[in-house]
Design a protein around this ligand. Structure first.
Ligand SMILES: *Cc1c(COP(=O)(O)O)cnc(C)c1O
Length: 405
């Protein structure tokens, strides 16, 4: 299928190019020493991703440890209530650890093992990436250092406990505002010191090449499974697919299965409290081109051109940029990016829980809210929503802040 001069039959061969570019977005804007490490990771990945041994081992792990394939559920009561459109959910909440992040963490740590590394390093904000990586490190028997701001450590006690129980070392970062940005800097600095024995594991389709490529490839299992399952369930493709976009990994996973199909694709960003800079994290909708954290993409900037402060009720979505492939698909028009605010998100959180017996993650609730909106505007058809994770982690916060609706 061709779309605005991009041939999607050969898309995955051509994007990114060998330097990690999706059009003008992506690349690897890092120091020479980190550049060396990225080249090493890319070389290893390019070899290993074609090896039957690696592919078969990852397949076995997905089946026997992660519990894949995750099912697609027909949201029948919700669809009947809304009327015209059939809604479906791809159940990444049923992936081991309760979210999609383990898909790329298992791939990244398996790669680390093949490269002979002894340790994996990452930062975490809300702790979700840290927990997924600590899980993968425990499975493969590698050391795991997770850098986390002191403020976040206090806020995210259950995830800190999970990481420690899984055997990870949680390194407290006390610089600056003591949150995610400082944790990223500390983790990168540690990686520069330790890259001979360690590998840095990025938590989304972000960062310097080859991470946006690798993480997309590892997450594409969502889209590959979903396409085949949907065809088997209904005999057709969905008319539309929807996923929330923070960094963009669960979305790229689902979208990659449908880019070459006549399917409308929607990426949903958090509008938070409103359109004022600082009140949302809708980078693709309101941002501009810029380089941060080693890659060129579309980002929200403050008056000095630095990454702007962002906000979302979903801590997994509050990042001032998105992966370079999303910026590319945005400009191309192949994926439509839209927004959902906090209020709509909380309503969708309760609606899916009440109507279907599925408590969605507050991140995933953004996609659910948009699916419901679409279902109200369309006359007929089907919409597949990516349920990126389960909402147990969000229940206390939602009840405290919003009460039971
Ligand atoms: C981290 C997270 C997200 C956002 O990350 P992406 O890379 O945009 O997918 C979405 N949903 C859940 C459940 C998460 O934990």
């Amino acid at each position: 299928m061709e779309f605005n001069n991009v041939n999607f039959d050969t898309y995955f061969k051509n994007y990114p190019d060998e330097n990690g570019f999706f059009g003008k977005y992506g690349g690897a804007y890092v120091s020479p020493e980190l550049q060396k490490a990225m080249v090493e990771i890319n070389d290893a990945y390019q070899t290993i991703c074609k090896s039957a041994k690696f592919i078969n081992e990852l397949r076995r792990i997905r089946k026997e440890f992660q519990g894949r394939p995750t099912p697609i559920s027909h949201l029948e009561r919700l669809s009947n209530k809304l009327g015209n459109v059939q809604l479906y959910a791809k159940r990444e909440d049923l992936n081991h650890t309760g979210a999609h992040k383990l898909n790329h963490c298992m791939g990244e740590v398996l790669l680390a093992k093949y490269m002979g590394k002894k340790k994996v390093i990452a930062e975490t904000g809300a702790g979700q990436h840290g927990v997924a990586l600590a899980t993968a490190a425990a499975y493969f028997g590698l050391e795991c250092d997770i850098y986390m701001g002191a403020v976040d450590i206090k806020k995210q006690a259950p995830n800190v406990a999970r990481m420690k129980i899984l055997g990870a070392r949680v390194v407290e970062v006390t610089d600056g505002l003591q949150t995610l940005k400082e944790a990223v800097d500390a983790a990168f600095a540690a990686y520069c010191r330790e890259y001979k024995d360690a590998i840095y594991c990025i938590g989304s389709v972000l960062g310097p090449h080859p991470f946006p490529l690798m993480v997309r490839d590892f997450q594409s299992v969502i889209g590959i499974e979903a396409r085949a399952q949907f065809l088997e369930m209904t005999g057709e493709l969905p008319d539309a697919v929807v996923a929330c976009v923070g960094g963009g990994s669960n979305a790229m996973g689902l979208f990659s299965g449908f880019l070459n199909d006549p399917v409308d694709i929607y990426g949903i960003e958090p509008l938070g409290k409103g359109t004022t800079l600082g009140d949302h994290a809708a980078s693709l909708k309101y941002g501009e081109e810029g380089i941060m954290h080693g890659f060129n993409s579309i980002m929200l900037k403050d008056e000095n051109g630095e990454p702007a402060p962002v906000y979302s009720v979903a801590s997994g979505l509050d990042y001032p940029s998105s992966g370079p492939e999303h910026a590319f698909l945005h400009d191309l028009g192949r994926v439509k990016y839209d927004v959902i605010n906090d209020e709509e998100t909380i309503d969708a959180f309760f609606e899916l829980s009440r109507m279907e017996g599925i408590i969605p993650a507050i991140e995933s609730s953004h996609a659910v809210a948009y699916g419901i909106k679409l279902a109200k505007t369309l006359k007929k058809g089907s919409v597949l929503i990516n349920l990126s994770g389960r909402g147990d982690k969000d229940m206390d916060y939602i009840i405290e802040k919003y009460g039971i609706r």
